[in-house]
Structures are given as C-alpha cells and as structure tokens.
Design a protein around this ligand. Structure first.
Ligand SMILES: [Cu+2]
Length: 142
C-alpha cells in the first residue's frame, strides 16, 4: 500500500511542475505584448490632449477640456489631438451648435488621435459635439 501511494505522488509532482512552467511562459508572453503596445502609443506625439474625465461637466478636475485649449501653429504643420479619456469626444471646427465645416474628427475612440493641417492663417475655434463645455482655439501663423 505504501509503494502504491509513492507511485501516485510522483506523476502528480511532475504535472504540477509542467503546469508551473507553462503558466510562467504565458506570463512572459503577455508582458512582451503589453510593452510593444505601449511603445506604439507613444510614437504618436499629440500637441493637444483630451484629458480623462473631459466628459464630465466643466471637464471634471481639469481647468481646460483640451490641453492646451489655446495652441499656436504654423501653416501646413499638422496639429494632432489625442483622446486620453475613456469616452468618445470630437474635434469639430466652429462653436457648439454652429460647425463651420473646416474640419471634424467625428467621434474619436478612447485613445484615438485626429490630425489636421491648417491652410488658412488666423484664429480657428473648435469644440466637442458631445460635450458643450469642451472648446479650444488654434491660432495659425505664417
Ligand atoms: Cu467631448
């Protein structure tokens, strides 16, 4: 009877060791994949970010709904916005209820980006079609 118990225990120990090794491998693979994703996100250097909780009235804890809400650029240099919130937002030229038709990102996915190259100098106001309190200005210089 004692011999039989030993024979049964040895395979169980081997199985536990194999399971341990396989799950360790899975953890390593997951870690590598996550690292690659983070690097890809950082490649897009946005000039203007939509902060977390921008969907809350007055943008929650933030003094600005687009950071910065006033940005100066040059003609033909693309401006990139990035949505860092977990909600949809838009970057739409004009003011709330009065889009001027120059540009419109549509509903930007969480962590999505939008870029626009200005071809006219001057002040260009924009807003979010989903949240009336979100507004910003781009000044375009020669
Ligand atoms: Cu919004």
């Amino acid at each position: 009877m004692i011999m039989n118990k030993k024979i049964a225990i040895i395979p169980i120990v081997i199985i536990i060791a194999i399971i341990g090794a396989v799950s360790q491998m899975n953890i390593d693979e997951t870690t590598e994949t996550e690292t690659v994703e983070i690097e890809t996100v950082e490649e897009v250097e946005a000039m203007i970010t939509i902060p977390v909780k921008a969907a809350r009235p007055a943008c929650g804890p933030h003094p600005e709904c687009y950071i910065p809400s006033y940005y100066v650029t040059k003609l033909d240099e693309p401006v990139i916005w990035k949505n860092e919130d977990s909600a949809f937002h838009s970057v739409t030229s004009g003011s709330y209820g009065e889009p001027d038709g120059m540009f419109d990102s549509g509903h930007m996915d969480p962590y999505g980006t939008f870029s626009y190259k200005f071809e006219e100098t001057g002040m260009h106001p924009y807003y979010c079609t989903l949240h009336p309190w979100m507004a910003g200005n781009i000044k375009v210089e020669r």
